[in-house]
Design a protein around this ligand. Structure first.
Ligand SMILES: Nc1ncnc2c1ncn2[C@@H]1O[C@H](COP(=O)(O)OP(=O)(O)OP(=O)(O)O)[C@@H](O)[C@H]1O
Ligand SMILES: [Mg+2]
Length: 248
C-alpha cells in the first residue's frame, strides 16, 4: 500500500480560499483524523484526495502516481451512506465492485466469484455477516454505515476516506462504527483519513491528527500531542477575543 503525499495544496472557490498551501505525507497503514471547525476545509481536502475536485495549486500523490481525477482505488464513506434501501446488505456491499468493473459492464455482466467473496469478507469485517441478507432500509443507522464501509472495502482501495462518517449517529452507534472502521483499516493495513466533529471520538480512535483552520494546517501530531490546549487552538473562535478588544 503506497504512501500519500500532499504537496503545497490549495483550493480556491472564487474569492474563497478553502485550502491554503497544505502539505503532509502519510505512511501506509496510518489512521489519520482530520479535525477543524466548520468551513476549515476538511471536506475540500477529502474531495481533492478523492479526485472529485481539482486543486488550484499543488499536487497529491498516491505512491508515485499523481491524483488527476476520480480513481477507482479510493474508497469513500460519507455522512449519508447512500445505500440502495431495497437491496440487501450483501448486494449493497457488492456494488463496491462496480467502481472496478464500471457501471455499464456491471449491467451486462454479472459479478464474478471473487467480488462475491470480497463482499462477504467485507461484511464479516464490519460484523454483519449474519445480516448479509437483510434489506439495507430495515437496518439501524449504525448498521447501514457499516454496510457503507463494507462497500468501500470491496473496492479494495489503496486509500480509505471518510467525511464525517458518524455525524448523524447517536454516540453509542458512532463509537461502534468507528471501532469497526478502525479494525477494518488495521486488518488490511489500509491508510485511512477520516474527518470527525466529535473530539472525544477523535481522541479515542486516531493515531495521527491533522488540524485544519481557515484552510491551513494548524496542527499535525499524535494523540499525545493533542492536548486540550491544542484542541482549543484548532476550534476556538477568536471573534470573541476581537469583540472583547472592541468592548474594552
Ligand atoms: N463548491 C464550493 N463552492 C464554493 N465554496 C465552497 C465550495 N466547497 C467549499 N466551499 C467553501 O470552502 C470552505 C471550506 O469548506 P469545507 O466544506 O471544505 O469545510 P469543512 O471543514 O468540511 O466544514 P464542515 O465541518 O462544515 O463540513 C468554506 O468556506 C466553504 O464555504
Ligand atoms: Mg465538511
Amino acid at each position: 500500500m503506497p504512501r500519500i503525499s500532499v504537496e503545497d495544496l490549495s483550493k480556491h472557490y472564487g474569492d474563497t480560499v478553502a485550502l491554503d498551501d497544505v502539505s503532509f505525507t502519510i505512511p501506509e497503514g496510518e489512521f489519520v483524523v482530520l479535525l477543524g471547525p466548520s468551513g476549515a476545509g476538511k471536506s475540500t481536502l477529502l474531495r481533492l484526495l478523492n479526485g472529485l475536485a481539482t486543486p488550484t495549486e499543488g499536487s497529491i500523490y498516491i505512491g508515485d502516481e499523481q491524483v488527476t481525477g476520480k480513481r477507482s482505488d479510493i474508497g469513500m464513506v460519507f455522512q449519508m451512506h447512500y445505500l440502495v434501501e431495497t437491496m440487501s446488505a450483501y448486494r449493497n456491499a457488492l456494488t463496491g465492485a462496480l467502481s472496478r468493473t464500471g457501471f455499464l459492464e456491471s449491467v451486462t455482466t454479472s459479478y464474478d466469484e471473487s467480488d462475491k467473496l470480497a463482499a462477504l469478507e467485507a461484511l464479516d469485517t464490519v460484523g454483519l455477516l449474519n445480516e448479509a441478507r437483510q434489506r439495507a432500509g430495515s437496518m439501524s443507522g449504525g448498521q447501514q454505515q457499516r454496510v457503507g464501509i463494507a462497500r468501500a472495502l470491496v473496492q479494495n482501495p489503496a486509500l480509505l476516506l471518510a467525511d464525517e462518517p458518524v455525524a448523524s449517529l447517536d454516540p453509542k452507534a458512532a463509537e461502534e462504527v468507528m471501532r469497526y472502521m478502525k479494525s477494518a483499516a488495521a486488518e488490511r493495513d489500509l491508510t485511512t483519513i477520516a474527518s470527525l466533529h466529535q473530539v472525544s471520538l477523535a481522541r479515542e480512535f486516531g493515531e495521527r491528527y491533522i488540524g485544519l483552520r481557515d484552510g491551513r494546517v494548524v496542527f499535525d501530531g499524535t494523540r499525545d500531542d493533542l492536548t486540550m490546549d491544542i484542541v482549543d487552538d484548532i476550534y476556538y473562535d477568536d471573534a470573541e477575543e476581537e469583540l472583547g478588544g472592541v468592548l474594552a
